[in-house]
Unconditional design. Structure first.
Length: 224
């Protein structure tokens, strides 16, 4: 009987693929150390669709968009005030008054730059915190689904979600120059990192200390 994926409340949909593994050995290479045999079960998910349909993430995105709108409004007010000061300075016939307006405009410009920098820093830090939470929550749900379904590897990939996105030129650019899929879970039986390192060290040993010839020191030229 076919085993179905048990999804959690996060309702993350996975596509399934069954893979087989084969090992190859270069002629004359040292035998590779034995590795635990993986089951070959791989799960994938469209991270763009997860971010679109995960209601908690959509709430965070709406909160951040509203804060950006407020910040943009505040900065627009200051920008308009600076523009008005510049107009007054241009129309003012008295040099002393021009200097006074110019000093006020310079102070307002500094206020604008400080607020813009502060808003950007605060919004970036808050957004980074939400992204960290999103990553942690996806990881937790992925691990729970792995435990119930016995995957060896789960990969996240970015792809179009709607038909409109699939008809966009950006979609074809994404397909022709795809980003690398990122692992969200790797079982110890599927991770061959340790085995690969051992195979490399056995097959292509490092030169011995005696085989390394230190570079000759260059004596300074005698002073004339």
């Amino acid at each position: 009987m076919k085993r179905f994926i048990v999804s959690l409340s996060a309702a993350v949909a996975f596509g399934l693929a069954v893979t087989t593994t084969a090992t190859a050995q270069a002629p004359g290479a040292a035998p590779a150390p034995a590795a635990a045999k993986p089951t070959g079960r791989v799960g994938v998910f469209n991270v763009a669709q997860v971010m679109r349909d995960y209601k908690k993430w959509q709430h965070y995105a709406a909160v951040m968009n509203q804060k950006r709108v407020v910040a943009s409004g505040e900065l627009a007010k200051l920008r308009n005030e600076i523009a008005e000061m510049q107009k007054r300075m241009t129309a003012e016939p008295l040099p002393t008054k021009q200097e006074e307006i110019m000093r006020a405009a310079t102070a307002k410009q500094r206020e604008f730059e400080d607020k813009e920098k502060g808003y950007r820093k605060a919004l970036d830090e808050e957004s980074a915190g939400y992204l960290k939470n999103l990553y942690s929550e996806i990881q937790q749900c992925v691990k729970a689904i792995v435990d119930l379904n016995g995957f060896d590897l789960v990969m996240a990939y970015p792809d179009a979600v709607s038909d409109e996105e699939k008809n966009s030129p950006l979609y074809y650019d994404l397909k022709l120059r795809p980003q690398a899929a990122m692992p969200f879970y790797v079982s110890t039986s599927a991770d061959m990192t340790t085995t690969l390192i051992a195979t490399l060290n056995n097959s292509f040993p490092a030169p011995t200390a005696s085989a390394v010839t230190p570079a000759a020191a260059t004596a300074p030229a005698p002073a004339k």
